[in-house]
Design a protein around this ligand. Structure first.
Ligand SMILES: [Zn+2]
Length: 600
């Protein structure tokens, strides 16, 4: 095993940016996109729901096959180029090709919007056509969902115009938010030296070990946002206003409507989950107050929310990290361990930190070679070990789908189900580490890391949901001033963090820098995080109960996350996500952590 963090190997995907296969594949997608468009105009568009089921089924088979092919190649090229850009932002050729590929894919997207509308037009005839054996039948979920969702499309001309206008409208507002917040800097005195830092670096100081630094960083941050709140409020109004307008023209009930459809859950499920989350607030407030006590405070000021605790944990070499992961994966399932070992041995992981490489972590599937690649920035911390376990979970999820022979259209998983395997893998490793630690100060540090993240995903996420809901509602009547946005945010924080935090020191500017509020194609990009965490935790509890018997069913679930609503998939496990009880059980995992934290 390697002792230093490795770089990944992309050479079995394409031999290089100048590979003739890559050029040929990009050309093929362009041609195939045009060819499908011609096929649609000539053969599909004239067909209506009165067409013979056999004729329709024949066309649907052909269409599904062609779409799978084009998405397979596109997914492979996309992963390769994204992999190049993400590990070396100085690579101008990779950037250029990636941007060209983006333009090609807009054309493919346009064709697929037309196809979706057509599926809606023939939806009455779909059940009969899909009863006939063939590839289309195996893709019933995808086809029916597309037909169903097409009722929320405007006319073809309106959709095309909306798409084009978004470049100078909502998308431009969102770009403005990105530019303004990423170029803003602030000065802070660190170790006797005045430093000018970009805002993400100032925000990162919220995890600094010295309270004085954290408090000053908080104050400086609040002053900085004050100076640019107006353009950011304008961006928020522009985006939320556009979404409201489009939703009403598309016949959507409200902004939440499309977010729920994209997440493949219904309102009843959301209500059950949110209800259980709300019931857990007193428990989290107990944790916040216990944490405040360690600083001699009654309630937490915002700057102590992310404060680390206990002894700075042990650091891991890369080989220690891989051994720890493999050992504990093996306890869960030898197959998971073998998968992870293969990922390490075949250089699927880019873990080295270096200039030009992007921060954070992700796992991408590479459908053309039925594999995955994982990017992370390994620094030896426990946090990074957990991140690697998390991303390997995504890789295992892909593996289960490839192994079951799922096609591109069958693999398309909503965000609610996408975190199932990753949370599971993270929990396996976390549990093992906690059970082995002997020094209480070290245990405290580990628990604190976990609880900071849990409270973000449950309590803070709920506040973001409340904020966004009210903004959408009030934006229907008028523009909102920056101060009004601040007021809505503070009220959302009071309603969720409650008496766990000090009301004098909340964070009214959270709306300025979280990019999720400024996404135009995807609203309420918050509750799926909570769903992912709690669904994964709930499954883990079932595993603890059932042991090895759980594994085959679990693998089957992972293989089919692209082919059902979340409720139907969960039902296979006897889980009813429309009932509050399931979510309450999941939250008990967090309760156990809080109880132990208070004991220490
Ligand atoms: Zn993830």
């Amino acid at each position: 095993m390697l002792s230093t963090p490795p770089r990944w190997d992309l050479s079995n995907i394409y031999s290089g940016l100048d590979a003739s296969e890559l050029k040929a594949d990009m050309q093929w997608i362009t041609d195939e996109g045009e060819s499908i468009n011609v096929y649609y105009q000539k053969e599909l568009a004239p067909l209506t729901s009165t067409a013979e089921p056999e004729v329709l089924a024949g066309h649907l088979d052909k269409l599904v096959e062609r779409l799978n092919q084009i998405y397979l190649k596109a997914g492979t090229i996309g992963a390769y180029l994204h992999g190049c850009v993400a590990t070396d932002s100085y690579d101008a050729e990779a950037m250029r090709m990636n941007s060209r590929f983006g333009i090609i894919m807009v054309q493919v997207q346009n064709v697929s919007t037309k196809l979706e509308a057509w599926l809606g037009k023939i939806s009455k005839a779909l059940p009969q056509a899909l009863a006939i054996d063939g590839i289309a039948k195996a893709h019933s979920f995808f086809l029916k969902e597309a037909a169903e969702q097409s009722q929320y499309l405007m006319s073809e001309a309106e959709e095309m115009l909306a798409g084009e206008l978004s470049l100078s409208g909502a998308r431009a507002w969102s770009q403005l938010q990105g530019t303004v917040t990423s170029q803003k800097t602030a000065e802070i005195d660190l170790d006797g030296e005045v430093k000018t830092l970009p805002m993400p670096a100032i925000i990162n100081l919220h995890g600094h070990s010295d309270e004085d630094v954290r408090r000053r960083a908080y104050e400086i941050e609040m002053q900085a946002w004050e100076t640019i709140k107006e353009p950011l409020a304008a961006a928020m109004n522009g985006i939320k206003g556009t979404v409201n307008t489009l939703n009403s023209h598309r016949g959507r009930k409200d902004a939440l409507h499309s977010a729920l459809d994209m997440a493949r859950i219904d309102r009843q499920t959301l209500d059950a989950m949110m209800g259980a989350m709300q019931d857990s607030f007193p428990m989290f407030r107990k944790y916040f107050r216990a944490k405040a006590k360690r600083f001699g405070q009654e309630q937490l000021p915002w700057w102590n929310l992310f404060a680390p605790a206990g002894k700075a944990g042990k650091t891991y070499t890369f080989s220690e990290a891989t051994n720890l992961i493999l050992k504990n994966f093996a306890v869960f399932s030898p197959e998971l361990k073998d998968f992870a070992q293969g990922a390490f041995e075949n250089n699927w992981i880019d873990a080295e930190q270096r200039s030009g490489k992007r921060g954070g972590a992700f796992c991408m599937s590479v459908p053309g070679v039925k594999g995955s690649r994982i990017l992370c920035n390994f620094d030896g911390s426990l946090d990074q070990v957990m991140t690697m376990a998390h991303e390997l979970g995504h890789g295992f999820h892909n593996y289960c789908m490839f192994q079951a022979g799922k096609t591109e259209l069958q693999r398309s998983t909503p965000m609610t189900m996408a975190e199932t395997a990753s949370i599971m893998c993270e929990t396996i490793v976390f549990d093992a580490i906690v059970s082995q630690v002997k020094d209480p100060q070290e245990e405290l540090a580990i628990l604190e890391t976990a609880l900071i993240s849990d409270s973000q995903v449950i309590v803070d996420i709920y506040s973001r949901f409340l904020f966004e809901k009210e903004v959408f509602e009030r934006r229907e009547k008028s523009d909102l001033s920056a101060d009004e946005l601040c007021e809505i945010m503070e009220n959302a924080q009071k309603a969720t963090f409650g008496d766990g935090v000090d009301e004098r020191y909340l964070h009214k500017f959270m709306w300025t820098w979280k990019p999720h509020y400024y996404r135009y194609g995807l609203s309420f990009y918050n509750f799926p995080y909570a769903f992912g965490l709690l669904f994964g935790a709930g499954l883990y509890a079932i595993y603890k109960e059932r042991g090895d018997a759980f594994i085959p069913e679990y693998k089957q679930l992972l293989a089919s996350t692209g082919e059902g609503t979340a409720a139907d998939l969960a039902k296979r496990f006897g889980i009813d996500i429309r009932e509050r009880k399931f979510w309450e059980e999941s939250l008990k995992v967090v309760e156990g952590r809080i109880d132990r934290y208070i004991e220490l």
